[in-house]
Structures are given as structure tokens and as C-alpha cells.
Design a protein. Structure first.
Length: 140
């Protein structure tokens, strides 16, 4: 997963649709490239660049994990949407735990960026810890 736009500072109780609307109206705000789409949850409506699951369809992953197979195209789409949405939710769950580090000194930041940097986000040319240590030993 790769973040394309971040709009920090909103309260947890803010309405998602309002935040999205404001993000799109801002100068240099969120823009969806033609032919691309963002997954949104059932609280949003489908629109240019946004795909929500069908309302009234099963969307809990455990429904399909327990042997139930999608019977209709809408149900199949909603299952696939749910799988992708689950990946997104897990990623944000990880990021919620970083609040305690805000404003703290972060030693070896650039060294860690080599290991956990942008390459990890898209999976290309990612370095493992072993790669970094090996390269460092070759430089020394």
C-alpha cells in the first residue's frame, strides 16, 4: 500500500464524507487520476473515482471464510471489495499505534529509512536488514 494523500488533524468523530469533500476542495487537495479509483466504505456513495460496496450485500469476510460462496455478481464484487478493505484497515491499525512517538527524538531515523523506506511500500528493490548490514560492511 502506498499513501497518496494525507489530511491530518481531524477529530475521530468528524463525518467521513465531510472530510473527503474538504480534502477535494483544498488547493493541492486530493485528486483522483482518470481511470483510477479509491475504495471507500459503505457510508460513502459511488462517484467519480470512488467505489463503495453494494448496500444490502454480505460484506463480512468470515461469511465467506465459513464456506459460503458468493451467488450473485454484486455479492462477489462486495466480497472482493471487503478483502481489499481489510488490507487497508489492518494498515491503519498499525499506524494508530505510532501516536506515542509523535514529538520524540528518533535516533537512527535515516538508517531505518533504508530498511523500511519507500521501496517497502511498493515491494520493488526493498532492502532487508541483512542487505543493509552487508552493504554497510562492504563500504567500510
Amino acid at each position: 500500500m502506498q499513501f497518496t494523500y494525507v489530511l491530518p488533524g481531524w477529530e475521530g468523530s468528524a463525518v467521513d464524507g465531510r472530510i473527503l469533500h474538504i480534502a477535494m476542495l483544498r488547493e493541492n487537495g486530493l485528486q483522483v487520476s482518470k481511470g483510477n479509483y479509491y475504495l471507500v466504505d459503505v457510508g460513502y456513495t459511488n462517484g467519480e473515482g470512488f467505489i463503495a460496496p453494494f448496500r444490502g450485500q454480505r460484506y463480512h469476510l468470515n461469511t465467506w471464510l465459513n464456506g459460503h460462496r458468493p451467488e450473485k455478481a454484486k455479492e462477489y464484487f462486495t466480497m472482493k471489495h471487503s478483502v481489499a478493505w481489510n488490507v487497508i484497515e489492518r494498515r491503519f491499525g498499525v499506524h494508530k499505534n505510532v501516536a506515542k512517538w509523535r514529538g520524540k527524538n528518533f535516533p537512527h531515523y535515516w538508517d531505518q529509512c533504508l530498511v523500511f523506506g519507500n521501496d517497502v511500500a511498493n515491494g520493488r528493490d526493498a532492502q532487508t536488514t541483512t542487505d543493509v548490514i552487508s552493504n554497510e560492511n562492504n563500504i567500510l
